[in-house]
Design a protein around this ligand. Sequence first.
Ligand code: FNR
Length: 362
Amino acid sequence: MPELQAPLRAAALCLDDFEGLAAEVLPAAVREFVSGGSGSETTLRLNRSALESVTVTPRVLSGVAEADLSCKLVGGAVGMPVVVAPMAYQRLVHPEGELLLARAAAAAGIPYVISTLSSYPLEDIAESAPSWFQLYWLRDRAVVESLVDRAEAAGCGALMVTVDVPVMGRRLRDVRNAFALPSDVVAANLVGARSEAHVGVPGLSAVAAHTASAFEPAVSWRDLEWLRSRTRLPLLLKGILDPRDAVRAVQIGADGIVVSNHGGRQLDGAVASINALPPIVDAVGKECDVLLDSGIRGGTDVLRALALGASGVLVGRPLLWALAIDACGEALDLLRKELADAMLLAGCANVAAAARLTTGRA
Ligand code: FNR
């Protein structure tokens, strides 16, 4: 993989800049797998336009020179209200994949979420950084149980069950590219890690074919109740957009939810995550942590989410673009600086103050 020179890395002045830098080193099909959404990518675009339409009314004369970004997420202390989103197959973009991004997260004092479909074993990643584990509900219950056991044994700090993938959204870029995994990138946590995901078929996405055969489409609240009784780890449900589902999540004992449309990769036409956030905060914000992802591209977006009541955010694609050029630390430093500046400009001494800001729509 070509290495970018330091000055080129330094050329990133905002998280979006990493997309162009990554494009210089990534094969086109990998670039599209990372950046693309489902269907006509309406929701992918809506995530950004909805975030950009949120206005925040700054306060002044707060008397602080530097905002305190530290806070707690599902009971654990974090350096800023940001989590690295679970993302599959990170060796696609860099040979050290998950290990490199997880170490950068640890250096930034934030949790790294290991995907069920990580390309290094979850134990190796958890050893290199404080991690949470993301669970996809697989058809084989024994495999689900063993993944939960392994996450606990590896010291993962929380379990995040992704509930918006009964099937994979139809991602046309991957279909057009007949996208399949190269042979050296495997789902390292699964036995028989080689799968349909490696078999390129014209007119098909091989990763979608793998999802169809491995994931349980009929997973239900009953399964989640069973899981709750099966583990003591803090439990988060990722992919909730309706307050009724948020209420149900709290009823089954979830410690947190992630308001997410999977970065516009699942139901095309789904509501923008940021627009789904306020009613969910109203419904369950006092009872559990409410995190948000999909479209966060900078410190201002984090502030917008906090002002609308989020406990914190997950960031996805920008960190994969940064990983592609071995610049995860730079990307997280940039995000921290942007958030610190945004907080100061909005007169917020700390994360709690951000929740008291007045918001509106442009
Ligand atoms: C994802 N996402 C995801 N989510 C999940 O729960 N398990 C997974 O394995 C993956 N894999 C994955 C791969 C890639 C390449 C992307 C881009 C995304 C979704 C991810 O966790 C998150 O919800 C979105 O990426 C958030 O949107 P942004 O920040 O990318 O706009």
